[in-house]
Structure formats: structure tokens, C-alpha cells
Design a protein around this ligand. Structure first.
Ligand code: SAM
Length: 292
């Protein structure tokens, strides 16, 4: 029998047979520990009713596990040199499709309609390329894809920001943008030694599942996003300073900001990091109502 792709001997043999050299600039750190893949698949709670999008299949180590547990797998890989490798390693799996492309530039809903027609439940499972973890997460969450959940490997530092609570150093616009719509939890940590080559940071598997409703009611999404980003623009400054930098320093604007803060019982001298998501939503709604 053949060893799984993730087995170090098999990975080495595949790389050698194809003369493939790993590219650091594309975040190519490949997993070589079978147990980690088994735990990722368990964390994703896959059944045959799930279709999975995988970002960055590499040589197919995780893809192979997904093929065995999900309905269909759509794997998106940016590196054209990996396509012939995947054609080879994925040949035994007729429920896997590989698409060459940059996930950040693809129209994902259109791609899903074309490649996974009739899909009823869609999940993302991936060992993300670390140089673009945050852009990929934001792209996925803003893509209008009806994602039931994501199970993604990322550097621990980003996992800490995703799960951060108010008044902690990791809490910021990313924590809010994600937690507003998703339940976020760290499933388990993964040592840097589980990869070839070993990256400079440790990793974590994070699960994100869609909330039935957003955590807080927001009147205008664009205003909310603007406030959340702008509120943290200068972390060491007060909320007031960040707000006037964001909306303008004329007396008329300052007056409206003051009144909106009063509407919500928020002190101008506070810092954005102390505000929870409902407080951000209330402030955003008050500012929007006052035409700020
Ligand atoms: N899934 C494999 C594993 O677990 O061993 C490889 C994961 S490796 C951390 C990240 C993969 O993402 C690489 O194969 C890399 O070529 C690919 N990648 C990097 N940037 C990408 C992008 N913008 N779109 C799609 N794939 C990308």
C-alpha cells in the first residue's frame, strides 16, 4: 500500500519525483504529521453532506484527508508548478477538483456555482499561507459565500487577535470584524516542527462558525466598518482623538460626535480597545443617525 501524502517519506518522494522546490514567498510550509491532519478533519466536523473549499493544497496532504471525509473538495492553488503534482497525487480521488488561481482574485461565488453545483453546505478547511492570512480571511468573510464554517491553520499571533476580548493587547478591528458574524475558537495549537520547512512561528487551528444573527445590530455596515478601523487607527490615543481624525475637526462635526458619545454613555477619554462589539455598534448607529 501507498503511504499517505503527509508521511515525510512520501512527501520527500513526491517532491523529488517532480523536481519541486518549496517557495518561501508563497508560504509553502507543508505539514508532515498525519495526526495533525486527522485532528483538523475532526475539528471541521465533516460529513458527506459538506462540500469543502481548500486554499493552498500544496502537494495534497490535507486534500487527501478531506477527500475521504467530505462530499466534494475544491482546491485552489496559486503555484502553477503544483498543478502537475496535484494531478498525480489526486488521481485516485474523483471527488477532488483543483483550480489554479490566486484566492484573493477569484470570484468565489461564481467559482462555487460552476464547480460545486447544487452545493447545500459549504465549508472552508485550509492550512493558510501565512503571508496573507488576514486578507484571505477578510476576502472569504466578505465574499457572499454561504459558508457554514471555516477550520483554518494560521500563525498563533493571528489566532490570538481573532479570539481576543476587549481590553487586551490583541483586541482590535480584526477581532471585531470577525466576531461580529462568527463564533471563533482555537481548536488546538500546532508546533512549528510539524512543517517542512519549519516556519519561524507556532500555529493554531481556528474554527469559525457563522452566528445565527450578527452579535450586535448595525444600521449601516459601511459606517460600522469605518468606525471600527478608524477607532483603532492610533491605539495609544483616546477614542476622541481617533474619532476627530476620522470624521473631521470642525466645530459642527465635533458637536455631533460629542452628542453621539453621550447617546451611548461612552466617555470621550476612553480607548477604543475597552469597547465591546455592542458598544461599537451603538456608537456607529448613533453617529450614523446624526449624519456623521
Ligand atoms: N495544504 C498544504 C499542507 O497543509 O501541507 C500546503 C499549505 S502551505 C502552508 C500554503 C499553500 O498555499 C501553498 O501550497 C501555496 O502555494 C498556496 N498559496 C499561497 N498563496 C496563495 C494564494 N494567494 N491563493 C491560493 N493559494 C496560495
Amino acid at each position: 500500500d501507498v503511504l499517505p501524502i503527509v508521511a515525510p517519506e512520501r512527501t520527500r518522494a513526491i517532491l523529488k519525483a517532480h523536481g519541486f522546490r518549496l517557495k518561501k514567498r508563497l508560504g509553502q510550509n507543508f505539514l508532515t504529521v498525519p495526526k495533525v491532519l486527522a485532528r483538523i478533519v475532526t475539528a471541521a466536523q465533516l460529513t458527506e453532506a459538506d462540500d469543502v473549499i481548500e486554499i493552498g493544497p500544496g502537494i495534497g496532504a490535507l486534500t487527501e484527508f478531506l477527500a475521504g471525509s467530505a462530499g466534494r473538495v475544491l482546491a485552489i492553488e496559486i503555484d502553477p508548478q503544483l498543478l502537475p503534482v496535484l494531478a498525480d497525487t489526486m488521481a485516485p480521488y474523483d471527488n477532488v477538483q483543483v483550480v489554479e488561481g490566486d484566492v484573493l482574485k477569484l470570484d468565489l461565488p461564481a467559482l462555487v456555482e460552476e464547480k460545486l453545483p447544487g452545493s447545500t453546505r459549504l465549508k472552508v478547511v485550509a492550512n493558510l499561507p501565512y503571508y496573507i492570512t488576514t486578507p484571505i480571511l477578510m476576502h472569504l468573510l466578505q465574499s457572499d459565500l454561504p459558508l457554514a464554517g471555516l477550520t483554518v491553520m494560521m500563525q498563533k499571533e493571528v489566532a490570538d487577535r481573532l479570539t481576543a476580548r476587549p481590553s487586551t493587547k490583541d483586541y482590535g478591528s480584526l477581532s471585531i470584524a470577525v466576531q461580529q458574524n462568527m463564533h471563533v475558537a482555537v481548536a488546538f495549537d500546532v508546533s512549528r516542527k510539524s512543517f517542512v520547512p519549519a516556519p519561524n512561528v507556532d500555529s493554531a487551528i481556528v474554527t469559525l462558525t457563522r452566528r445565527a444573527q450578527p452579535l450586535a445590530e448595525v444600521t449601516d455596515q459601511e459606517s460600522f466598518d469605518k468606525l471600527v478601523r478608524g477607532g483603532f487607527a492610533a491605539r495609544r490615543k483616546t477614542l476622541w482623538n481617533n474619532l476627530i481624525n476620522l470624521y473631521g475637526k470642525t466645530d459642527a462635526v465635533k458637536e455631533k460626535i460629542s452628542l453621539a458619545l453621550q447617546d451611548c454613555n461612552i466617555e470621550a477619554s476612553t480607548r477604543a480597545e475597552t469597547l465591546d462589539i455592542p458598544a461599537f455598534a451603538a456608537l456607529s448607529n448613533a453617529l450614523f443617525a446624526r449624519d456623521v
